[in-house]
Design a protein around this ligand. Structure first.
Ligand SMILES: [Zn+2]
Length: 179
């Protein structure tokens, strides 16, 4: 069923924008709604919008997800063992990390209020000392893995620098000769 009137004047930019996914992904929809095409031909803004979406989709088609680093699993398991072996956290620390990392903003503001109250009641000093305890030391295994990771990062950065310095030359050679 064709819901859109075949009169380009009656079509608003808003209607065209609402059908941009159809126009982008469904060739049959585009063919069966010439009024939308007429609007796109006449309206520069809608035309630019659709062209932008098309180039974004084309870029996404060419993109491939990067491979994880070779030591990812080893590092992850070492850190999991580290976390398991760490001393059990007190009720205050668990509550603090829950409010710190939970996404509920209303909870965060509630926690801010609770902290302010704790500061008032405790005179500030004891609460601050508790919050500023140093983090537990990482094991030798995890430190070694971190050093490996930094070395891999440095090598990768050097590769990128080399790639960047080569890029303009390869672009120049890729331009077709004008006849
Ligand atoms: Zn328009």
């Amino acid at each position: 069923m064709n819901l859109i009137k075949h009169n380009s004047n009656s079509i608003s930019c808003k209607l065209v924008r609402s059908h941009l996914p159809d126009l982008l992904l469904d060739d049959a929809f585009t063919a069966s709604h010439p009024a939308l095409n007429a609007h796109l031909a006449a309206c520069a803004e809608c035309h630019t919008e659709l062209a932008g979406l098309r180039s974004t989709f084309a870029a996404l088609d060419e993109w491939t997800a990067p491979e994880p680093s070779p030591y990812f699993d080893t590092r992850l398991h070492a850190r999991l063992r580290e976390a398991e072996a760490a001393r059990p956290e007190g009720i205050f620390e668990r509550t603090w990390s829950f409010f710190q990392f939970s996404t509920g903003r209303h909870l965060r503001s509630a926690m801010t209020g609770a902290l302010a109250l704790a500061l008032l009641l405790g005179g500030g000093t004891s609460t601050f000392l508790y919050l500023q305890q140093p983090a537990p030391q990482a094991s030798a295994t995890v430190n070694d893995l971190r050093i490996l990771d930094k070395n891999a990062d440095a090598l990768q950065q050097m590769d990128q620098l080399l790639d960047d310095s080569n890029a303009p030359q390869s672009d120049d050679s890729a331009t077709p000769p004008t006849t």
